[in-house]
Design a protein around this ligand. Structure first.
Ligand code: ADP
Ligand code: MG
Length: 249
């Protein structure tokens, strides 16, 4: 299906899934991407001409002061936000060319998001939170439940499947969020300061899980101040300063 055909239409799930990772050049590519916000007449240049190439399987850590544009960058990569100029490609697809319907479906299939404050749905159990991103598939509920339970087992929380978020510690909530990010087996994991709110032991578990995901061939892109995460073996490290991204070499 050509991408031009998809504008404004309902996109079947399997058509936004890029299933042959081998043929993908870049997991993420930004070409002079900028993001400008306006608050009244005040202009904020949150991203300034960011050019970036991330290969499938790269581990990328971006550090920078609060307000430097890290979350904006992650949201633009994850198609939650958009670039106001320049081009953004995810799995070689120019996601800025599509409407929100396509972008929403594309993002569920291709990216798993992990947030600083977990962002679990408070009225859903751990299992239901993990199942949540699977809702666009037409597979039987039983299969989705089984798969979600397997994902919870990977973060060692299968015995807490029926617990609500408030019944879990911060570290456990973040591990549920990681299991949720693995739903649909996306090739890209995006993590926004994933260890910032955690105690030392939980933070180490989260780092280990991110490294494990990297080990399975996923591109892991994390915004972080956590030196122990930045120093991950093989990581490409970047600094964000005032909307300008530079690679540390
Ligand atoms: P970081 O994650 O590094 O702390 P952010 O990406 O959240 O930085 O923010 C970068 C800049 O963009 C900040 O000045 C912030 O106030 C501004 N900003 C972020 N999101 C918005 C928005 N939705 N509307 C207006 N300004 C925003
Ligand atoms: Mg931020």
């Amino acid at each position: 299906m050509s991408h031009e055909d998809t504008l404004g239409k309902d996109i079947p799930y399997d058509e936004v899934e890029v299933d042959d990772d081998e043929s993908v050049n870049f997991a993420v590519r930004l070409d002079n991407a900028s993001r400008t916000y306006f608050i009244g007449k005040r202009q904020i240049d949150a991203l300034k001409n960011v050019t970036l190439e991330i290969r499938p399987g790269d581990f990328v850590a971006v550090s920078g002061h609060s307000g430097s544009g890290k979350t904006t960058l992650l949201n633009v990569i994850g198609a939650i936000d958009y670039a106001t100029s320049g081009r953004v490609y995810v799995m070689d697809v120019p996601i800025g060319d599509y409407d929100e319907t396509f972008r929403a479906t594309f993002r569920l299939a291709n990216t798993g998001f992990i947030f600083q404050s977990y962002n679990l749905v408070s009225t859903l159990t751990a299992l239901e939170n993990v199942m949540f991103p699977m809702q666009l598939t037409d597979r039987p509920l039983k299969d989705l439940e089984k798969e979600s339970l397997d994902l919870l087992a990977r973060v060692k929380l299968d015995e807490r499947a029926d617990h609500l978020p408030w019944q879990l510690s911060s570290g456990e909530q973040q591990r549920v969020a990681i299991a949720r990010a693995m739903a649909n087996d996306p090739p890209i994991i995006l993590a926004d300061e994933p260890t910032a709110n955690l105690d030392a032991v939980s933070a180490e578990m989260v780092r280990e899980l991110l490294r494990e995901l990297h080990g399975t061939g996923k591109a892991v892109i994390t915004m972080t101040h956590d030196e122990n995460l930045v120093s991950t073996k093989g990581a490409r490290t970047f600094t964000m300063e005032n909307g300008v991204l530079s690679e540390n070499v």
